[in-house]
Design a protein around this ligand. Structure first.
Ligand SMILES: O=c1[nH]cc([C@@H]2O[C@H](COP(=O)(O)OP(=O)(O)OP(=O)(O)O)[C@@H](O)[C@H]2O)c(=O)[nH]1
Length: 546
């Protein structure tokens, strides 16, 4: 492996080391990496017993350290760094995890436990790539994870998007038989206090050690070799010919999903192929295989063309949409909200679905960042709780349902619409929709729920995008349930708002009203048309009447 070009891949990036450890800073700067240091404020207080292994704990802590810094810098600078590196070193004796001693007695307890025995040193590392959601381009805006990096959207700030690559390294260390006197002498030197397990192998603590198996720097606090391998894995994407040689069981979850026959479905766990081993794997619950290039710019120095990440995401985007729609339709997120986390078999029982297929669906939802998989089973992620549970304040369940039931089918006819000319778009989309709406009350309601859930997210932004305070009246053409009207009325206390829509829509809009003072200034006017010109005529007549 050529190390320099790997480190060089980060040369033009704003790299931040989320660590106060002087050892980590030294190891990375000795390797030629240029970075800023922003120590993490994440409190190392994760519940150790909830992790299946000591290294899963170290990896999660490293990730939380890095994410805290990424989030904080993003909020403060309004621009996150490109890459944030977090690490956490622990000592494990059997299942017991030792971190930094809190005082001399604690150091003594730790060193006595290690005395004369072998122990493991684990360093978990997280490499967090940050990108702004408002950067345009398909690779940036469409986040469909079909391979190793699970997207971590942050719905609360709406902008910072991160992709986390995580790994750990294990080194075995054996202590000699040490006398009490020597232990206390060492403790009194002060060296143990800021070191995992209470010793520093690189200094006086080296005298306690009989042998080391594995990466020495990993014990000191940063597994440089594994880090470089990880960078190579991330920034040198597999060539197409290598991808073709990838074994069936290592193809990422979404790709395998459609190819499985029913008989295969029961035994396949898309997550399993990522487990075990130490080479670039991720901690429990995450899947990791051939990564995609994160940033085409990073590939600029290569003779190979940039990996077409965005394009491939577009190619496969429809599958991800269908996974989301299916999960919504099955009310998966509702079940997990009320009863989760649940194992796949229990989810299948509750939904009355095929166990194997359900497990696959859950795996793909986890890969897409909609679900979280822990030892206790599958649970909703923050974004799912917020937007995919059907009765939530910010639920987009209605939109998912409508897109699945109608828009999906309409879009399958897009080629026809384009081939047959401009009017065909209306022919295919508009007329069909209009006819259906007027025929079926349930369809109309479904349509209204979809628009309502989306408008709830956008209305405030639309209402406040311009200062409308000098206007006395406003109208919303095709205003559906009146969400925008309500927002306008709330924002501008003297504004009278008229909502125009089809009679069957205005008739049902009452069911979506919450009441409140501003509703007095909102009026719904039925108009039997969807053409803007007709709306305008109706508007004129309303204004004339006033
Ligand atoms: O032989 C050695 N073993 C361990 C160390 C140092 O121990 C600490 C481990 O603590 P942690 O991973 O929590 O990191 P912190 O120092 O608290 O810094 P963060 O800001 O990253 O949380 C680490 O400094 C190792 O270098 C050692 O020096 N020798």
């Amino acid at each position: 492996m050529v190390l320099c070009p790997v480190i060089g891949k980060l040369q033009h990036k704003r790299v931040v080391l989320a660590s106060a450890s002087p050892r980590r800073q030294e190891i990375l700067s000795n390797a030629g990496l240029r970075f800023e240091v922003v120590p993490s404020r994440f409190k190392e207080k994760l519940h150790k017993a909830s992790f299946a292994t000591p290294y899963a704990y170290a990896v999660e802590t490293a990730k939380q350290k890095a994410l805290e810094v990424a989030g904080r810098m993003h909020q403060k600078d309004l621009r996150a760094p490109d890459v944030v590196i977090g690490a956490d070193t622990i000592v494990a004796v059997g299942a017991m995890i030792l971190e930094k001693p809190v005082d001399k007695q604690d150091a003594y307890r730790m060193l006595s436990r290690l005395n004369g025995k072998e122990h493991s040193v684990f360093t978990g590392v997280a490499i967090v790539h940050c990108c702004s959601k408002d950067i345009s381009g398909p690779g940036r805006t469409l986040r469909l994870t079909l391979s190793s990096w699970a997207p971590r959207a942050h719905p609360t700030d709406g902008r910072l998007d991160t992709e986390v690559s995580e790994f750990y390294e294990e080194t075995t260390v054996k202590f000699s038989e040490l006398s009490e006197e020597l232990l206390w002498e060492y403790i009194n030197s002060g060296e143990p206090m800021d070191k995992a397990g209470g010793y520093g192998i690189q200094a006086l603590g080296g005298m306690l050690v009989e042998y080391v198996h594995g990466d020495f720097l990993n014990v000191v606090g940063f597994p440089l070799n594994h880090f470089c391998k990880e960078l190579a894995r991330l920034y040198y994407p597999p060539r197409p010919e290598d991808l073709r040689r990838v074994r069936h069981d290592s193809i990422p979850a979404v790709d395998t999903f459609e190819n499985l026959s029913d008989s295969e479905a029961g035994g396949s766990d898309p997550g399993q192929s990522a487990k075990g081993g130490r080479g670039g794997e991720q901690a429990d619950g995450d899947r990791s295989q051939a990564p995609r290039a994160l940033d085409a710019a990073l590939n600029g120095a290569d003779s190979r063309p940039p990996f077409p990440t965005g394009l491939l995401e577009l190619m496969d985007g429809f599958k991800a949409s269908k996974v989301l729609f299916t999960a919504c339709k099955l009310r998966l997120f509702d079940v997990l909200k009320d009863q989760g986390p649940l194992q796949a078999a229990d989810v299948a029982r509750k939904l009355s679905t095929c166990a194997g297929r359900t497990e696959q669906l859950l795996g793909v939802c986890a890969a897409l960042g909609l679900l979280e998989k822990t030892r206790r089973g599958y649970g909703n992620t923050e974004v799912a709780t917020l937007h995919l549970v059907s009765d939530g304040e910010h639920s987009l369940q209605g939109l998912a349902e409508y897109n699945d039931a109608h828009v999906w089918g309409v879009f399958t006819r897009l080629g026809l619409a384009v081939r047959e000319g401009a009017d065909q778009t209306r022919g295919v989309l508009g007329a069909m929709e209009e006819e259906r709406l007027s025929q079926n009350r349930e369809l109309t309601l479904q349509f209204m729920r979809a628009k309502h859930s989306l408008s709830k997210l956008t209305a405030h932004h639309v209402a406040t995008a311009f200062d409308l305070s000098r206007f006395a009246s406003a109208c919303d053409l095709g205003g559906c349930t009146g969400i925008l009207a309500r927002e306008l009325a709330q924002e501008y206390p003297r504004l009278q708002v008229t909502v125009f829509d089809l009679p069957e829509v205005t008739e049902l809009s009452g069911g979506f009203q919450r009441g409140g003072r501003q509703t007095e200034r909102i009026r719904f006017v039925p108009v039997r048309t969807q053409r803007v010109g007709h709306y305008l005529q109706a508007k004129q007549s309303v204004l004339r009447r006033n």
